[in-house]
Write a protein that binds this ligand. Structure first.
Ligand code: ZN
Length: 138
């Protein structure tokens, strides 16, 4: 990473740091607190800390793990292991393309039901075969 000047004070240089942060998650019924270590950049002069898109990804993946859900990387790996594009995966599973894309980019958490569905698809070739039969029967 290139050394960038701080946009707050304009004097210091940014250096890579790891920031420990507590994240609260609340969704109907499930509330939890998790501790995450986020990649960030800190100004050597004013001490301002900057978080980029990478921090959001790390936080999202940590939340997925804490909730027992597949992480974005795991969802991508699952789909790629089947040799399917997002569009093909969408046609096969009936899950919207935009939803798949958001899961894979860490913009949306799958709910429990969808997480179980994905795990079933991943679990056995037979499940995939049944799914193809269902998708083609329509
Ligand atoms: Zn600064």
């Amino acid at each position: 990473m290139n050394k960038q000047k701080c946009v707050v004070c304009g004097k210091g240089l940014l250096r890579a740091v790891t920031v420990s942060r507590e994240v609260d998650y609340n969704d109907d019924g499930s509330a939890l607190k998790i501790q995450v270590k986020l990649p960030a950049e800190k100004c050597s002069h004013c001490g301002e800390t900057f978080f980029g898109p990478q921090a959001a990804q790390v936080e999202h993946a940590a939340l997925c793990r804490a909730l027992g859900l597949l992480t974005p990387k795991e969802i991508v790996a699952l789909r790629e292991a089947l040799g399917l594009s997002q569009e093909e995966f969408s046609d096969l599973t009936g899950i919207g393309r935009a939803t798949i894309s958001r899961w894979e980019r860490g913009r949306l958490l799958p709910n429990k039901a969808m997480d179980h569905y994905l795990r079933l698809v991943k679990k056995s070739k037979n499940n995939l075969k049944y799914l193809r039969e269902i998708a083609h029967a329509k």
